[in-house]
Design a protein around this ligand. Structure first.
Ligand code: FES
Length: 328
């Protein structure tokens, strides 16, 4: 499969020593066709309405542009600038700063391979090399059939599961060259593929729409954490360790007597214990209520209440930003 360079520029990143390797690629202003219509503008305005300061909406607005255009286009930049009443240069400065905003069309599946230190040591470099060979593309390049875009990515905070690969930002943990190639081939054949932590893999444009803040209802699919990541929490729960109270949250102002502090620490410990049970019960398919003993610390009023709130907050975060799926 040959390499696709949609803008005539040399591919960035793979050629060590290339002085252009890390230079931001300019927005292609020659491309005038656009899919940004009044319906999209309406959704862009809906994003702005979520924020006290309109300019704060720019990042999700750019994700919405990508979900429609397949990349950040000049027309998308103009639309964001016009709605936010800021200059196109301001929007362009943001779009060219963050690596999740793309100036070239991305394939149906964006494949990221973490090659930061820990993943590299654990096999990330070999993983990336194997996918380069298999797909016939280099870094930040798209296969000729438009199915895959391959990219080096930086640490994704999954170092305990190194080496990690992402597909449209869903995690595939503890990969080998063979398992990674297998994931891509199953996607190419149209098979439904589930992330090791997270939802079924959707298309890149669908994932971008979720990142713009339009949930697809799949936020609760799949386990959200791995046993490796919860090991410290489990050990702390088994040994009765608790974190010190957070001033202003666990300690009411002015109430600093030892008994209050002990109660606050105890409540937090119960919350963490309940949170651990909730995560484990989800993984095992047993509801948190089923997993929780009829009495005991995790079933106590304070602990249950706090853990439920934390769980809800976590689910809300996933819906708004990090978990993807669904058809566009
Ligand atoms: S080094 Fe790869 S996830 Fe941290």
């Amino acid at each position: 499969m040959t390499r696709t360079h949609t803008n005539g520029h040399a591919p960035a990143g793979v050629h060590h020593g290339d002085p252009n390797a890390h230079r931001p690629e300019p927005i292609d202003v020659e491309e005038t066709s656009t899919l940004i219509d009044e319906g999209v503008r309406e959704e862009l305005r809906a994003i702005v309405a979520r924020y006290p300061q309109p300019r704060s909406a720019l990042l999700p607005m750019l994700h919405l542009v990508q979900s429609v255009e397949g990349r950040v286009t000049a027309a998308g930049i103009e639309a964001c600038a016009e709605i936010l009443q800021i200059s196109a240069a301001d929007v362009s400065g943001v779009a060219t700063f963050y690596t999740m905003y793309k100036r070239r069309p991305v394939g149906r599946y964006h494949v990221g391979v973490c090659t930061t230190s820990l993943c590299a040591i654990m096999g990330g470099d070999e993983l990336f090399a194997a996918l380069q060979d298999h797909l016939g593309v280099g870094n930040d390049e798209t296969t000729e059939d438009g199915v895959f875009t391959l990219e080096h990515i930086e640490c994704n905070a999954a170092c305990d599961l190194a080496p990690v690969m992402t597909v449209n930002w869903e995690f595939f943990d503890s990969q080998t060259p063979d398992s990674a190639v297998d994931v891509l081939e199953r996607l190419r054949s149209g098979e439904e593929v589930r992330a090791t932590r997270g939802a079924r893999v959707c298309t890149w444009k669908q994932a971008e729409r979720v990142l713009a803040g339009f949930p697809d209802g799949r936020a609760d699919e799949g386990p959200t954490s791995a046993p490796e990541s919860r090991l410290g929490l489990r050990i702390a729960a088994e040994r009765g360790w608790t974190a010190p109270p957070v001033p202003g949250r666990d300690e009411p102002s002015g109430d600093r007597n030892p008994q209050a502090q002990t109660q606050a620490a105890g409540a937090q410990g119960h919350a963490e214990d309940a949170s651990l049970k909730q995560a484990e019960s989800k993984e095992s398919g047993v509801s948190a209520d089923e997993a929780r003993p009829a009495s005991g610390p995790a079933g106590g009023q304070t602990g249950t209440s706090t853990a439920t709130e934390e769980g809800s907050a976590r689910r809300g975060e996933g819906e708004n930003g990090t978990t993807k799926g669904g058809e566009a």
